[in-house]
Design a protein around this ligand. Structure first.
Ligand code: ADP
Length: 269
């Protein structure tokens, strides 16, 4: 049996996905990118294969994607994260009746991608200039509020008052604003809901630049945050499709493409 790997070397996390000959997802692994991208990507691959009970020789093709993809020399090929995200969302979205718009929030950027019925990219917009509206904003806010990242979603739903408005459009100023709100005895719940709505409004503005068509798929690490999902749904006024493994969709897309390239090369041989 041959297996195929997609490895997404992101600014914040390395995501690896393994699919089998039938394009079935066999395993995923997420670890920190750290500062040694190449070494950490190799380790992520080793762990993914070990946990899945697959030997390196059984991997027929490996495609790297993401911010650090060029650093992973062992890859058979590399593709942009936009293409990989589109392929992964198209495949995972089939179970939901198909998706046409992708919202991806990563550690340091956010994207909106429009895809056609075959998963091809027809339009995209990206914010990679400003940390507000990205996972980094949530990481900084969680630290200021002394809350675990995984708890942000619970706080969002537990507030008794209305979400507060966060006016600062820059992460550094937002940090001071959050500290100011805490000093004025505002609850963490209302502050966190306010942060989620602030990110949601930026995200919806970005998505409107590419055009929003149903169904809308939300992925990237911050899609694990149920409070943020709810805030974006509110601002969009429609349901989002959030996959089972939102952080690994792009790696999954690269693995799907690795399988296709392997099969095409074999057919041509
Ligand atoms: P990148 O591809 O740029 O490395 P990711 O899509 O991996 O980015 O997302 C990283 C971000 O995901 C982190 O900055 C963090 O804010 C968020 N994140 C990761 N795990 C969780 C979690 N369990 N709950 C909420 N947010 C999370």
């Amino acid at each position: 049996m041959n297996y195929f790997v997609g490895i997404d070397i992101g600014s914040t996390a390395i995501k690896a996905a393994l699919v089998d000959q039938n394009a079935r997802l066999v395993g995923v692994h997420v670890s920190d990118s750290g500062s040694l991208f190449h070494k950490n990507a190799r380790e992520a691959l080793r762990v993914l294969l070990e946990r899945s009970g697959v030997r390196r020789e059984q991997v027929g093709y490996l495609i790297a994607t993401g911010y650090g993809r060029k650093l992973f020399k062992e890859a058979d090929d590399s593709i942009s994260e936009i293409t990989a995200n589109a392929i992964g969302a198209h495949e995972a979205g089939k179970a939901h009746g198909g998706v046409r718009t992708i919202i991806n929030i990563g550690g340091q950027d956010s994207k909106a991608i429009q895809i056609d019925d075959a998963g091809g990219v027809t339009n995209f917009a990206m914010n990679d200039k400003c940390a507000a509206g990205t996972g980094r904003f949530l990481d900084v806010a969680a630290r200021n509020l002394d809350v675990d990242l995984e708890e942000l979603g619970d706080y969002h739903f537990n507030g008794r008052g209305a979400p507060l408005t966060i006016n600062s459009t820059c992460t550094v100023f937002a940090e001071s604003e959050i500290i100011g709100l805490l000093a004025n005895s505002h609850g963490k719940e209302e502050i966190i809901a306010g942060i989620h709505y602030s990110i949601a409004r930026r995200t919806v503005r970005l998505a409107k630049r590419v055009g929003i068509e149903d169904r809308v798929y939300f992925d990237g690490g911050p899609a694990l945050n149920k409070g943020l999902v709810a805030a974006i749904q509110d601002e969009l006024q429609r349901e989002l499709v959030v996959p089972e493994h939102p952080q690994t969709t792009t790696a999954f897309g690269a693995a799907i493409l690795a399988r296709q390239e392997f099969l095409a090369e074999r057919a041509a041989a």
